[in-house]
Design a protein around this ligand. Structure first.
Ligand code: SF4
Ligand code: SF4
Length: 435
């Protein structure tokens, strides 16, 4: 079996974001492989822990990936502030791989920003990194390529108000509840933020389970500023109503937008202007196709806007609608960096201060996860593309690593049993294994 088929067979997807199937990336030829080790959101540490504690597997995966795409060069983009880790990795790298020390700003890990920072190249709006001869992958997906077996576990951070502020490797399909109980929250009334502080979401059911893209569970007081912000952006009507009455078109959201600064046509203040044409119930009638180029980093809402408005939510809602309606952007595209791009980066320390995150211990060393779950619920859609179709029936006995669902030749990911046990339930959404 060739490497692309092997990666597909092992069910490897991007270990964060939308979970793009990795084998698709490997099918291209590229000049450069960039490892996204920026981990630019505060409180997240799992990638640094993988680089430190799973170095051999990571380096093997990087070699596999570079060979698969025929890359002549590898670049690991990691923040300069992690000097000890850089010093540790440097002597272990092949001659054709280098470490690129990134500044401590957000969103250094945005793919377009990372490529610009590490190579000076600009990925043109509406194109993929491969158009610049580049493939980007994150640390955990690369580790998974260095492991000769299917993906059945996930590395994630537990952060915020917990005793065990750690990175854990947990089985796929385990419930958030079991992980949080193990981490021991130190407050009674808490909300759980799934993912990083900037691009996460509030969880509303602790029975939700870990998938191949779950990167963090952050325990916060229910009145924390981030929880309040996430609760507001849940309501399109509320966001539009506040924005319509309070946006003064100062354009700061646009002037600090990382994609705008790299010449993409996104202009959040224009999306905010469209609210003037919204109806009483908050429905926007105007189309704003430039929002198709928003990377959803939330910088404009959580940091940039001096009025505390939510331009990113307005952009994202427009973006979804434009994509669903098949609307294309037909205006001018600069595709070159703004002359002030280097002076308009948002420092992480400012972000932490504004989001009241300075109070948390910023650590997350890899620790044992000493929990034996009785059931695992494997979602059939843990990735972009089509849901997988079960290959097993209720009452079947499965062994650890056995393939239990497949996407055949559709875009998506194969699913494997994280533990031996018996299949006790199959629905349209999941396969439950009792151990
Ligand atoms: S920064 Fe805020 S007030 Fe200024 S244009 Fe953007 S949304 Fe409006
Ligand atoms: S969320 Fe805001 S700052 Fe981020 S890319 Fe979209 S418009 Fe720009």
């Amino acid at each position: 079996m060739n490497i692309v088929s092997q990666v597909k067979e092992n069910g490897i997807v991007g270990a964060g974001g939308a979970g793009f199937p990795t084998h698709i990336k490997l099918a291209s030829q590229a000049e450069i492989v960039i490892v996204n080790a920026a981990e630019c959101e505060p409180l997240l540490h799992k990638d640094k822990e993988i680089l430190k504690q799973k170095t051999d597997g990571f380096l093997k995966g990087l070699k596999v990936m570079m060979e698969a795409v025929g890359a002549k060069k590898g670049i690991i983009g990691i923040k300069a502030k992690h000097q000890a880790l850089i010093d540790y990795l440097k002597p272990l790298l092949d001659y054709n791989t280098e470490l690129f020390p990134l500044g401590d700003f957000y969103p250094a890990g945005d793919e377009v920003t990372l490529i610009y920072e590490t190579t000076g190249r600009i990925v043109k709006a509406g194109t993929l990194p491969i158009s610049e001869g580049i493939v980007v992958n994150n640390v955990e997906s690369i580790l998974n390529m260095g492991f000769d077996g299917p993906v059945t576990t996930k590395f994630l951070n537990v952060a915020g108000y917990v005793k065990r502020l750690n990175t854990f490797e947990v089985p796929l399909g385990i419930s958030f509840k079991e992980i949080i109980e193990y981490a021991e929250p130190t407050i009674a009334d808490y909300a759980v933020l799934v993912g990083g502080p900037m691009m996460g979401r509030i969880n509303d059911d602790l029975n939700e389970v870990v998938t191949k893209t779950t990167s963090a569970l952050i325990i916060l007081p229910i009145d924390h500023v981030l929880v309040t912000k996430y609760n507001i952006i849940e309501s399109q009507k509320k966001v539009n109503k506040i924005g319509k009455s309070a946006c003064d078109q100062c354009t700061i959201c646009t002037e600090l937008c990382p994609r705008y600064l790299l010449g993409h046509p996104i202009q959040p203040h224009q999306a905010m202007r469209s609210l003037l044409f919204s109806s009483e119930d908050g429905q926007i009638n105007q189309s704003e196709p430039h929002t198709l180029y928003c990377c959803e980093c939330n910088l404009c809402s959580f940091i940039s806007c001096p009025e505390g408005l939510y331009p990113s939510t307005v952009c994202i809602n427009h973006k979804r609608k434009a994509a669903a309606d098949g609307v294309k952007y037909e205006g001018a595209i600069a595709n070159k960096a703004h002359p002030l791009v280097d002076y308009r980066k948002t420092p992480t320390r400012r972000l932490k201060m504004m989001l009241d995150l300075n109070r948390f211990d910023d650590k997350g060393s890899l620790a044992n996860f000493d929990v034996q779950p009785r059931h695992l619920k494997l979602l059939l859609k843990q990735h972009i593309g089509s849901p997988a179709k079960p290959l097993v029936k209720v009452k079947d006995i499965v062994s650890k690593g056995q393939k239990i669902a497949t996407v055949v030749d559709q875009l998506g990911s194969e699913i494997h049993a994280p533990a031996s046990g018996q299949v006790t339930e199959i629905t349209d959404n999941y396969i439950k294994i009792s151990i």
